[in-house]
Design a protein around this ligand. Structure first.
Ligand code: SAH
Length: 233
């Protein structure tokens, strides 16, 4: 059964003044395109059809918002491609009571998508300029429901652990041990792992206190994860 992506906003009340029927139509088309590319979780498609991605762009670049591609957001960083956001979110398999940590807040778009699936979202950003900008922006957007932090997310967020899901949106050289420790039993870590050119998407599920299952998926290209368990700056 195909949904038509007209679900009302669940958690985040975006301003209807800035979100027109035209934008909503473009988002539904984007969601259909993502389904054609293999995204099958209806909750994820509905979340992407709900978050007004164009508001994360400068008005001059708004036309790019509903194309399936990444885009520069300043500070040498990018807002991830919608397909990548959908792919990672689907792998994370977020349940409505889950507590989720995102590493790499960036523009805040992925964070706003996660907030459509659970109200319990923490997100951490290393770059202080981006952190300050995105915190202000998400609050103005009415998506202030996430707890935003500034710091090195490659060591996780011990004060708020354990998490049911940890989503890393920057490319890591390996699995950060602290992130594995901060998973609840049954929890999932979704992280791109590789070199500076391409990274393979990896999902690690904590099956028991000392037992982890690792699955590998397709390749992507992310900006580098910095910090203690990331790449040298
Ligand atoms: N999720 C973002 C995409 C972010 S790009 C979005 O939806 O727009 C990756 C981000 O990870 C960048 O903003 C970068 O500054 C940040 N980053 C890199 N290393 C980090 C670290 N160790 N801890 C937290 N954030 C980090």
């Amino acid at each position: 059964m195909f949904s038509d992506f007209n679900a009302p906003f669940v958690i985040t009340p975006f301003s209807p003044l800035q979100d027109t029927y035209r934008h909503q139509g473009q988002r539904r088309a984007l969601a259909r395109e993502l389904r054609r590319r293999g995204i099958h979780d209806e909750r994820v498609l509905t979340a992407l059809a709900s978050v007004p991605r164009h508001l994360f762009f400068e008005p001059a670049f708004e036309a790019h918002a509903y194309q399936d591609k990444a885009f520069p957001i300043g500070e040498g960083q990018t807002i991830s491609q919608p397909y990548t956001v959908a792919f990672q979110t689907q792998l994370l398999n977020v349940q409505p009571t889950d507590r989720v940590l995102e590493v790499g807040t960036g523009s805040g778009y992925q964070c706003a998508v996660l907030l459509q699936l659970t109200p319990h979202v923490d997100s951490i950003e290393f770059n202080a300029v981006l952190f300050a900008r995105t915190r202000q922006f998400l609050a103005a957007l009415g998506a202030g429901g996430a707890a935003l932090h500034c710091g090195d997310g490659s060591v996780g967020l011990p004060a708020k652990a354990p998490f049911d899901g940890i989503l890393v949106t920057a490319g890591a050289p390996g699995l950060p041990p602290a992130l594995l420790r901060q998973l609840r039993v049954g929890g999932r870590l979704v992280i791109p792992v590789g070199d500076n050119l391409t990274q393979r998407m990896v999902r690690v599920t904590r099956e028991g206190p000392e037992s982890f299952i690792r699955e590998e998926f397709e390749e992507f290209r992310f900006v580098p994860l910095l910090g203690a368990s990331g790449w040298r700056q």
